[in-house]
Design a protein around this ligand. Structure first.
Ligand SMILES: *[C@@H]1O[C@H](CO)[C@@H](O)[C@H](O)[C@H]1NC(C)=O
Ligand SMILES: *[C@@H]1O[C@H](CO)[C@@H](O)[C@H](O)[C@H]1NC(C)=O
Ligand SMILES: *[C@@H]1O[C@H](CO)[C@@H](O)[C@H](O)[C@H]1NC(C)=O
Ligand SMILES: *[C@@H]1O[C@H](CO)[C@@H](O)[C@H](O)[C@H]1NC(C)=O
Ligand SMILES: *[C@@H]1O[C@H](CO)[C@@H](O)[C@H](O)[C@H]1NC(C)=O
Ligand SMILES: *[C@@H]1O[C@H](CO)[C@@H](O)[C@H](O)[C@H]1NC(C)=O
Ligand SMILES: *[C@@H]1O[C@H](CO)[C@@H](O)[C@H](O)[C@H]1NC(C)=O
Ligand SMILES: *[C@@H]1O[C@H](CO)[C@@H](O)[C@H](O)[C@H]1NC(C)=O
Length: 482
């Protein structure tokens, strides 16, 4: 009923909007979009570039005689400068059904560097063949794009190898450099330290090696997102990370980084994600991390970190939702202060050397949906309420703590007793040890809410939404005109 009325009420408004569109359409069509000219050289360069990616099978110039006008190329945007059309954006790759796809022998054409107003270049899933002749990123001419290029992305190009060309250091107007899931190798060139206005640096999922250059972290002080995950970076984190005070997300997971975490990390007041899992970081949690008051996700699992939890002011990290210290060699007891992290959803302390009792207060964390304590040497009595075990199910794990038993006031239905934990001797009614045989380590990570690695550009998708909306509007106008 309500829907009916509101739709009815909206109808005149919708009609009005459409009329307005028609009016605008007529006004605008006095000066058709394609009337603005395009330099012959710019147009030819575009054809060569596109042809290089999509292959000789397409006659690009025949299909798109007016690429900034009535025959817009999917993924290509233009803008007017001094009454001439110039190319500003090129997005290559299978994003929509009708978008341009690369041919197996896709290649860069040198004419790319003649598109002097190019602001954004994105190559997605294009150089995919690993058997074909290897493709590398051109090591020259990028300086010709330096004045305008702001976004540069190479994503999911398994056939793209070689190193980051040092000439990228001349792209000083770049605010986003994303090189994700390619087959790039080598070290981070020192020259990238010149990209002083860069906001996002994402190099994850390649085969980069060497250490993180201190000059990079000294100079790129406007960085908001740094993701170097899933590579082979070595060495310790330089103290100059402390200069990256704008940083919101820092993902260095799945590398071979070692040494101690620098105290200077504590200066990153806006940091919400610190992900260092699967590295060789040691020497414990620096006290200074207590200053990371914005932190939501702290992920340090699978590092020989060591140290303990008791000397750390957990209560200062009041926005923490994920704390992953699984398999980090930590010792000592679980401090009750962890139960002061009221927003905690995911707490993994499994496979460490923790001793002592399990704080009962953990059960009162309102959002907690995962708690792993298995594989420690925790002792005493688990005194969580029965509805806690019911609520958590297999996302509560405490097996392999030999001297731990559970106590319950009610008789737990068999399926909800904590798996692999004995009921305390003095109140043992039922043997629940083998009551839940399907639970195992393998399930552990499936429902964890840890975010995936960063760096997926939303602008890429936004672009296509804009295209889609435009298409719908044009279509509606045409229908109405008939
Ligand atoms: C491509 O199309 C243009 C215009 O239709 C035509 O002049 C040209 O010969 C075509 N080229 C090829 C290789 O078919
Ligand atoms: C750091 O940036 C400055 C410009 O702000 C530049 O002159 C210097 O060369 C850069 N340092 C490195 C190591 O690239
Ligand atoms: C941290 O974030 C706040 C709020 O977004 C902002 O005002 C502040 O400038 C940021 N600090 C730094 C060092 O970028
Ligand atoms: C932790 O918080 C308390 C009170 O909010 C404050 O006094 C203390 O300085 C903080 N410690 C750190 C290391 O930020
Ligand atoms: C904690 O999160 C809340 C809500 O998301 C936000 O308003 C607040 O600024 C955050 N606190 C810090 C210190 O970042
Ligand atoms: C667990 O701690 C007890 C003492 O509390 C000790 O005897 C035992 O060896 C420890 N077990 C392991 C596996 O560390
Ligand atoms: C406990 O640890 C042993 C070896 O340390 C392992 O074989 C077993 O699967 C673990 N889990 C349970 C539930 O016993
Ligand atoms: C994950 O969550 C879904 C729905 O919340 C549930 O159906 C599924 O059984 C859970 N899987 C595990 C392994 O806990």
């Amino acid at each position: 009923m309500r829907n009916f009325i509101s739709t009815k009420a909206l109808l005149p408004l919708l009609l009005l909007l459409h009329l307005q569109f028609l009016f605008l359409y007529h006004v605008c069509s006095d000066t058709p979009v394609s009337s603005a000219p395009m330099e012959k050289a710019e147009q030819e360069a575009l054809y060569m570039v596109i042809q290089g990616f999509v292959g000789e099978g397409w006659n690009v110039s025949g299909l798109y005689p007016d690429p900034c006008g009535w025959t817009m190329i999917q993924g290509v945007s233009c803008d007017l400068f001094d009454n001439f059309w110039y190319i500003t954006d090129i997005n290559i790759g299978p994003v929509l059904e009708n978008s341009l796809e690369c041919s197996p022998d896709a290649k860069f054409t040198p004419q790319l560097f003649e598109l002097k107003h190019l602001k954004s270049l994105s190559i997605f899933n294009c150089f995919t063949s690993t058997s074909h002749q290897p493709t590398t990123i051109s090591s020259q001419n990028w300086d010709k794009l330096a004045k305008n290029l702001e976004t540069l992305e190479f994503r999911s190009n398994q056939g793209l190898n070689g190193e980051i060309p040092s000439i990228f250091g001349q792209l000083t107007n770049l605010n986003s450099l994303v090189l994700v899931d390619n087959a790039l190798t080598g070290v981070i060139p020192q020259e990238l330290s010149n990209l002083v206005h860069i906001k996002r640096l994402v190099l994850s999922g390649n085969q980069f090696s060497g250490s993180i250059p201190p000059s990079l972290t000294t100079n790129l002080t406007e960085l908001l997102i740094m993701d170097l995950s899933r590579n082979s970076f070595t060495g310790a984190l330089p103290a100059s990370f402390g200069y990256l005070t704008s940083l919101i997300k820092l993902d260095l997971s799945h590398n071979i980084l070692n040494g101690r975490l620098p105290n200077e990390l504590g200066k990153l007041q806006n940091l919400t994600l610190l992900d260092l899992k699967d590295n060789l970081v040691s020497h414990g949690l620096p006290q200074s991390l207590q200053n990371l008051v914005s932190l939501q996700d702290l992920l340090l699992s699978n590092n020989p970190l060591g140290g303990d939890l008791v000397s750390f002011s957990w209560e200062n990290l009041s926005n923490l939702t994920t704390l992953d210290l699984s398999n980090t060699g930590i010792t000592g007891s679980i401090p009750g202060t962890i139960a002061g992290l009221r927003r905690l959803r995911y707490l993994a302390l499994d496979n460490n050397h923790l001793t002592g009792n399990v704080p009962q207060k953990l059960a009162s964390l309102p959002w907690l949906n995962t708690l792993y304590l298995n594989g420690n040497n925790l002792t005493g009595i688990l005194e969580f309420p029965d509805d806690f075990y019911k609520r958590m199910g297999r996302r509560f794990a405490s097996w392999n703590n030999t001297n731990l038993c559970y106590s319950t006031v009610e008789t737990l239905s068999v399926g909800h007793a904590p798996y692999g934990v004995q009921q305390c001797k003095h109140e043992q009614h039922v043997n629940v040890l083998s009551s839940n045989p399907n639970v195992g380590d393998g399930d552990k990570d499936q429902n964890s809410s840890i975010m995936a690695s960063l760096g997926f550009s939303s602008s890429f998708h936004e672009f296509w939404w804009v295209v889609l909306v435009q298409e719908v509007v044009v279509f509606t106008i045409l229908i109405l005109m008939l």
